[in-house]
Each structure stands twice: as structure tokens, then as C-alpha cells.
Write a protein that binds this ligand. Structure first.
Ligand SMILES: Cc1cc2nc3c(=O)[nH]c(=O)nc-3n(C[C@H](O)[C@H](O)[C@H](O)COP(=O)(O)O)c2cc1C
Length: 299
């Protein structure tokens, strides 16, 4: 990632000689024209405080842009440090590393608000299939979680973290660690339900964190889509598939199998369907073979 120095000021501080540096970084490999400005206060090579902002945070109608905001912050910090050298502007918060993947672990996101509906059954079959080959599986009922919708602030491209601290904070490392990710979704007005969509949008922070660490998303993870539709016909899943595939690609997961249960309104039944259960089992087991889950790289 290209980085250039915009300004540098040397300041006498109580812990030693402080260096206040403002850089810009080219993040156009992440999004077209994206630049990140980084203000760092360092003493003896250690970062004591940092501020970052990026061009996508400033919508066209805002009367300020990232560069002006960053230069203003640099001026504010300098004058604050000159008048009160003992007061640090903001503590640096380095990332805790992601936990390593649990080998062969399966995370199942059950996206229907109905805890006893068709998707809950598909999720249960997926978990049973994983456990039948001695792989750990966890089913997450998305509707039980508190997940605020993404507000498009783009602050995750400053430090790799979302500004909201809700149930996504704990879920993101689990998504990152899963060797196989299974998404179970009913079709709602041709697409995924709102709660699942909120979760999907909020994984932008995971994409941001991977991109800022200069890493490509891992490519050895496999995804499975299990979906159910009230109407009859494969075309009812077009939009759900069109949402889930790029969601997975964005976080480095290859969607490798789909089981699509249509005509559910007429059936009104989530009872035994051995052929469907077998398809779910095959999908999960083949994803486990593809998703090695043996990654060791963490950022
Ligand atoms: C708000 C809402 C919107 C729906 N929209 C569609 C739709 O566009 N197409 C369709 O085939 N089924 C639609 N359905 C039916 C569900 O997809 C179907 O009943 C599904 O099997 C529900 O899964 P669940 O039992 O896991 O909740 C809709 C259901 C609800 C509640």
C-alpha cells in the first residue's frame, strides 16, 4: 500500500521527543479513489496516539473532506501538546489478533425469524451432518441477536472496526474462524430477511480489517446456501443467491453448494424429508472437504 508523508513536527514531551506525523495512504485497491489519512504521535518509535480518517467518510454534501479534517486534527494536536505536553490526544488501540480457525468448524447462520420454520430444520440438519463426521458445529439464530444496520459511515476503513458495538463484535471473529459457513435463508420479498441482510452488510468491517492489514481474504473456506421459498420454482431464489454469493466472496468464502427448497407454502410442512436432509448432509460434508479449516494465518 503506497504511503506518503504530508507533514512532520518534532515536539518535546514528558516521555521523550515526540514526533507528530501525518501520512496519506492509497487504498484505491480496496475502493476506487479511497485515501486514508493517518495522524501518528510516536515517541521512541512507539505509537502513543493515532487518528485516521478516509475519503469515503465524507459524502458529497458535507462541507469538509478527509484531507482538511486530518490537517485540522494535526494542527489541534500540535497546539494541545505544546500548551499541555502531558496530555495525550487519544490512546492508540492496536487490534487484538483474530483467533486461529478451529479446524473443520462449521458456523451456521439461521436467518429466518421463525425459530421452528423450514430454515431452522435445514440448519439443524446441517449441524447434524457436521457432527456426524466429528466436526464442531454452531447454529446462530440471527434474529435473536442485536445487530444494527450498517449506516455507511465507512469508519471501518480507518482501523478495521465498526463504530457499533453490538452482537456483531463477537460474531465477526466466529465468522472469520469458521472453515465452513452455512447461510440458511427464507425468501422474503424475493430476497433475504432484513435481519440477515443487516448481518451481511455489517461484515464490511471484516472486509475492511482484512484489506487494511494488506491481506487478501483467505481462499480456503467454503460456503453453503440453504434456502426455502413459499413459491414453486428455482427462479424464486435468484435474488437470495445473488446476495449470498457476493457476501461470501467479500469475506473470502467460496460458495460451493446450494440446497433450495421451494414450494414450501403448499407443503406447509417441515417434517421428515429424507431426500432433502440427504442433500443438506452432502452439501455440508463436501464443503468440509473443500474448506480445509487448517489455516494458520491470522492478522
Ligand atoms: C414477509 C415474507 C415475504 C415472503 N416473500 C416471499 C417471496 O417473495 N417469494 C417466495 O417464494 N416466498 C416468500 N415468502 C414465503 C417464505 O419464503 C416461505 O414460507 C419460507 O419457507 C419460510 O421459511 P421459514 O419457515 O424458515 O421462515 C415470504 C414470507 C414472508 C413472511
Amino acid at each position: 500500500m503506497k504511503r506518503e508523508l504530508l507533514s512532520r513536527v518534532v515536539l518535546p514531551l514528558p516521555p521523550g521527543t515526540g514526533v507528530l506525523s501525518l501520512y496519506w495512504e492509497d487504498l484505491s485497491s480496496v475502493y476506487p479513489g479511497m485515501l486514508r489519512y493517518l495522524l501518528l504521535l510516536e515517541v521512541g518509535g512507539r505509537t502513543l496516539a493515532l487518528f485516521s480518517t478516509n475519503t469515503y467518510e465524507y459524502p458529497p454534501l458535507l462541507p469538509i473532506d478527509a484531507e482538511r479534517a486530518a490537517r485540522q486534527a494535526a494542527r489541534d494536536w500540535e497546539s494541545a501538546l505544546r500548551s499541555a505536553p502531558g496530555t495525550l490526544p487519544r490512546a492508540a488501540r492496536p487490534h487484538a489478533p483474530f483467533p486461529p480457525a478451529a479446524p473443520g468448524s462449521v458456523l451456521i447462520l439461521q436467518g429466518s425469524p421463525r425459530p421452528d420454520g423450514a430454515c431452522a430444520v435445514l440448519a439443524r440438519w446441517a449441524a447434524e451432518a457436521a457432527r456426524s463426521v466429528d466436526r464442531p458445529a454452531e447454529v446462530v439464530f440471527v434474529h435473536d441477536l442485536e445487530i444494527r444496520p450498517c449506516i455507511g459511515c465507512y469508519q471501518c476503513y480507518n482501523a478495521g472496526e465498526c463504530t457499533f458495538d453490538d452482537d456483531m463484535t463477537a460474531l465477526i471473529p466466529s465468522i472469520r474462524a469458521a472453515a465452513v459457513l452455512v447461510v440458511c435463508s427464507p425468501v422474503y420479498t424475493n430476497t433475504v430477511p432484513a435481519g440477515l441482510k443487516a448481518l451481511i452488510d455489517r461484515t464490511q468491517a471484516l472486509h475492511a480489517r482484512t484489506a487494511l492489514a494488506g491481506m487478501r481474504p483467505p481462499t480456503d473456506r467454503a460456503g453453503v446456501l440453504l434456502a426455502s421459498a413459499g413459491r414453486r420454482g428455482a427462479e424464486n431464489f435468484d435474488c437470495v443467491r445473488g446476495v449470498v454469493r457476493p457476501f461470501m466472496a467479500n469475506i473470502g468464502i467460496r460458495l460451493c453448494s446450494e440446497v433450495l427448497a421451494d414450494d414450501m407454502d403448499r407443503r406447509r410442512d417441515t417434517g421428515p424429508r429424507p431426500e432433502l436432509e440427504a442433500q443438506v448432509g452432502d452439501a455440508v460434508r463436501s464443503a468440509l472437504r473443500l474448506g480445509s479449516g487448517m489455516r494458520t494465518t491470522v492478522e
